[in-house]
Design a binder for this molecule. Structure first.
Ligand code: PLP
Length: 427
């Protein structure tokens, strides 16, 4: 089939009738499908059952620390070594924390806001309207966290190689209220893009160009080793770029094993310059006497020397799911001129862009026939996609047969909504 916009009104009407028939047939099937869950599937979780055998009565780390006891607020050395492998920063520039990197992001942003990150008088709250830059589409939980702390957000366009740094530069250089930028540098959620070297270098420089002297690059490398292709694309080290730019205390990196071992039962990491690590350590010490070091030891033993091999096993499970999504999208929507989508080389998501004004409608139409999608707008601050066109597809959790049906239903809804929109003469 050709570009839908080039069809005659009669052809479009005939197409609408047959798609609507198909849609009511699907409705009759009383489906219960879900493409909103960006979490590992059961087969992936099973890859990490060996975690349980790693302790086997031996709770001491290589340097003799008894992980059963209190202490080591920055985490055990063995876990910080694992963090080093994920973050491209030395182990002594890393805190290994509890199970959630999102928690460490909240800790960092709330500390920047209320107490300062550098042991001096700088606090984001000193500005009447602190804001951060939000590359869009982006990760909904970054936006929710920011909003929950009463910090504003300013959209920046996301491109194929990362956020538009020219736009970011122009925004930060005159507005001292802009205090930071959210980044998911590898297999970005949801577009799957990997920041190129020039973007990494430019972001490491950004704190020096910002009008705010307390600007922070929030670098959430959640998908650092979640490659689907070999050789995988390489992300330049922000740690090195920041050292070269003299901004080490103005970049904060995050990572976790949530999508490596057990989501919610892993180990999270934060890395920055020493001033920032000290500030975070101090805040943490009011909340806990030490992290779960037994779990840190489990993880370091389980993954030591075999992280790549372990991730290759994840890729074997995930590749067919991403291939299926791509195949259905190109078979059903290719050449119709009604949708664009990403073909990520790793990570957890595919980002689908529709004709402007259709995302919310398609998500609702899918829900009406039993397919749950991530709410439209979720990939934008305040849940507001200004063009109402982005839909996030999360293919990892569903089994292949469920995924196939879900993608058929999704593409049917996209076609039907698009045909109706073209017929109605909108856009
Ligand atoms: C970009 C990104 N960061 C962080 C997280 C959550 O990480 P954690 O489980 O370590 O809190 C997710 C989960 O989907 C994510 O997609």
């Amino acid at each position: 089939m050709n570009d839908l916009a080039s069809l005659s009104a009669e052809d479009l009407q005939a197409l609408e009738t047959s798609l609507a028939q198909e849609y009511s047939y699907v409705a009759g099937n009383k489906l219960s499908l879900n493409l909103s869950r960006g979490k590992p599937g059961a087969e992936q979780l099973a890859l990490s059952e060996g975690l349980e055998e790693t302790i086997n009565g031996n709770y001491r780390t290589a340097d003799g620390t008894d992980t059963r006891n209190y202490g080591e607020i920055r985490g055990i050395a063995d876990a910080r070594e694992l963090g080093s492998e994920l973050m491209g920063a030395p182990a002594d520039a890393i805190i290994a924390g509890g199970n959630s990197s999102l928690f460490l992001m909240h800790l960092t942003v709330s500390t920047a806001l209320q107490h300062g990150l550098w042991g001096d008088a700088r606090r984001w709250s000193a500005h009447p309207e602190p804001k951060v830059l939000a590359p869009v589409p982006g990760y909904d939980r970054h936006f929710a966290l920011t909003e929950a702390l009463g910090i504003g957000m300013v959209n920046v366009d996301m491109g194929a190689n990362g956020p538009d740094v020219e736009q970011a530069r122009a925004l930060v250089k005159d507005d001292a209220g802009i205090k930071g930028i959210w980044c998911v540098p590898k297999y970005s959620n949801p577009t799957g893009c990997v920041y190129d070297d020039a973007t990494v270098a430019a972001l490491a420089e950004l704190p020096r160009e910002a009008a705010a002297d307390d600007f922070v690059v929030l670098w959430d490398n959640a998908y650092a080793v979640h490659d689907l292709v070999t050789p995988p694309p390489q992300l330049a080290s922000l740690h090195e770029a920041a050292r070269a730019a003299g901004t080490s205390n103005h970049i904060v990196q995050f990572a976790s094993t949530s999508k490596i071992t057990f989501a919610g039962g892993g180990v999270a990491f934060v890395s920055s310059g020493e001033d920032v690590l000290n500030a975070l350590q101090q805040r943490l010490s009011f909340m806990m006497i030490g992290p779960d070091k037994v779990n840190q030891l489990r993880h370091s033993r389980f993954l030591k020397g075999r992280l790549r091999e372990h991730m290759a096993q994840h890729a074997e499970i995930l590749r067919p799911k991403f291939d299926l999504v791509e195949n259905v999208l190109s078979a059903e929507l290719g050449n119709l001129g009604i949708a664009d989508w990403t073909r990520p080389q790793g990570g957890y998501f595919v980002s689908l862009d529709l004709r402007p004004g259709l995302a919310a409608q398609v998500v609702d139409m899918a829900a009406d026939v039993g397919l749950t999608l991530t709410p439209a707008g979720a990939t934008y601050p305040y849940g507001k996609d200004p063009v109402d066109r982005n839909v996030r597809i999360a293919p990892t959790f569903a089994e292949l047969d469920e995924l196939e049906t879900a993608m058929q239903v999704l593409t049917l809804c996209v076609k039907l909504a698009s045909v109706r929109q073209i017929l109605s003469g909108q856009v």
